[in-house]
Write a protein that binds this ligand. Structure first.
Ligand SMILES: C[N+](C)(C)CCCC[C@H](N)C(=O)O
Ligand SMILES: O=C(O)CCC(=O)C(=O)O
Ligand SMILES: [Fe+2]
Length: 421
């Protein structure tokens, strides 16, 4: 069926089943160069099973540090780190990959305690550290997450007692910034306290971690319920949980909110961890999770109010996962801005609605809702690729300012501080 066919694209080849392969004898050929020949296991130390390798017609199979890895020969040639193939100063490849024969095979292979040596038909020698191979192989990656996270519901988040970071420490110390970013990466939300309640000071905060992503709403936006823009956000109405800018081909990565004033009632902010909810869907109904991650949808923003004329369209599934490890990296969920569904046939549409209902039920569980009242001085950063926000209806005068941040630059800052991002 349609979805199954798509799914097959991402199907991961089965790991070698040890039983069939291990029939070959494990020959002790310590450190010796073996001509590229028929498949059989070799290992560096006859007493230890730490490292063993076997050459096949089109790939090298290597077992090291409890990881069974398979490397395509072109891949092995392409990733050569020798001085002529790779510029270690710029961390860029010099080798022209298109010049590698797609049928290339190593002339000789040798493995010692730490290193794999390959000699290519033209005599060129490639060396790989075995640790490097484990870290950089597909099989090694599959066992890891790209982004370590703590999924939460209201109870988990409260129990964690994640501290807000003080504005001074955020702006002036690397430790403060790092603590803030670590919280942000783990939970998808983070607060800075004791910020001066102005748009300018909020901008300084934003610039500390990233480039500001300028959009149709401006660079720093600032709004009250005056319907100056053709969107419900600019009213006093309640807003159900959603992510923003789903109608961009790449939705904004981070949302910053700072409430500068509120004289009235209501207006609390709702936060829901979209990945926690999606994880529940995966457990209950993996087929529905898969459907939500495969069916492409459009979201749309059509505005014609005053001088503002905009028409934005973004296409993508609700759940976006890395195909090699099924890890979620982006949820696109906004029922207000979802466009006409015309990208899937009727029977898939029906199953999609059922899957969307399951996800929505999870997102709406009261125990998953974190309600906070934003106050002047307390800035909130939200991972708009993960955490949904909403708003309670309000009365009176309320001013909210903030901006969007470019995700790449936030993650860049985090990595430079030594965090895994
Ligand atoms: C006011 N502010 C600029 C933050 C958001 C406006 C965007 C509202 C839109 N419905 C969306 O969800 O993307
Ligand atoms: O008014 C609010 O608290 C948030 C409104 C909203 O969803 C937005 O600006 O993106
Ligand atoms: Fe929003």
């Amino acid at each position: 069926m349609w979805c199954r066919r798509l799914a097959r694209l991402f199907e991961v080849p089965c790991q070698l089943s040890g039983t069939t392969r291990r029939r070959s004898p494990w020959l002790p050929r310590d450190g010796r160069t073996v001509p590229a020949a028929a498949a059989r296991w070799h290992h560096t130390d006859p007493e230890s099973l730490k490292c063993a390798w076997q050459l096949h017609g089109d790939h090298l199979e290597l077992r090291y540090a409890n990881t069974l890895m398979r490397f395509d020969f072109v891949w092995l040639r392409d990733h050569c780190r020798s001085a002529s193939c790779y510029n270690a100063k710029t961390n860029q490849r010099s080798l022209d990959t298109a010049s590698v024969d797609l049928g290339i095979k190593p002339k000789a292979v040798r493995v010692d305690e730490t290193t794999l040596f390959l000699t290519w038909p033209d005599g060129h020698v490639t060396r790989y550290g075995l640790e490097w191979l484990v870290k950089n192989s597909y099989e090694g990656q599959k066992q890891q997450v790209m982004h370590p996270r703590i999924l939460w519901n209201a109870e988990i988040y409260r129990q964690a007692q994640v501290p807000s970071v003080d504005c001074q420490s955020f702006l002036q110390t690397d430790e403060g910034l790092k603590e803030f970013l670590q919280n942000f990466l783990l939970y998808g939300i983070a607060f800075v306290e004791n910020v001066s309640p102005t748009k300018e000071d909020t901008e300084i905060l934003a610039e500390r971690i990233s480039l500001i992503r300028e959009t149709i709403y401006g660079r720093m936006w600032y709004f009250t319920s005056d319907f100056s823009r053709g969107d419900t956000a600019y009213t006093k109405l309640a807003l159900d949980r959603h992510t923003d800018t789903t109608y961009f081909q790449e939705p904004c990565g981070i949302q910053v909110f700072h409430c500068l004033k509120h004289e009235g009632t209501g207006g609390r902010t709702l936060l829901v961890d979209g990945f926690y909810a999606a994880e529940q869907v995966l457990r209950q109904a993996p087929d529905q999770f898969e459907l939500l991650s495969k069916v492409p949808l459009k979201h749309e923003y059509v505005e014609n109010v005053g001088d503002c004329h905009n028409h934005m369209i973004g296409v993508g599934p609700v759940l976006n996962v890395y195909p090699w490890n099924n890890e979620l990296y982006l949820i696109r969920y906004n029922n207000y801005d979802r466009a006409v569904i015309n990208t899937v046939p009727y029977d898939v549409v029906h199953r999609w609605y059922a899957a969307h209902r399951t996800l929505t039920a999870e997102l709406r569980r009261p125990e998953n809702e974190l309600w906070v009242k934003l106050k002047p001085g307390k800035a909130l950063f939200i991972d708009n690729w993960r955490v949904l926000h909403g708003r309670e209806a309000f009365t009176g005068y309320r001013q909210l300012c903030g901006c969007y941040l470019t995700r790449d630059d936030v993650l860049n800052t985090a990595r430079l501080l030594g965090l895994q991002a």
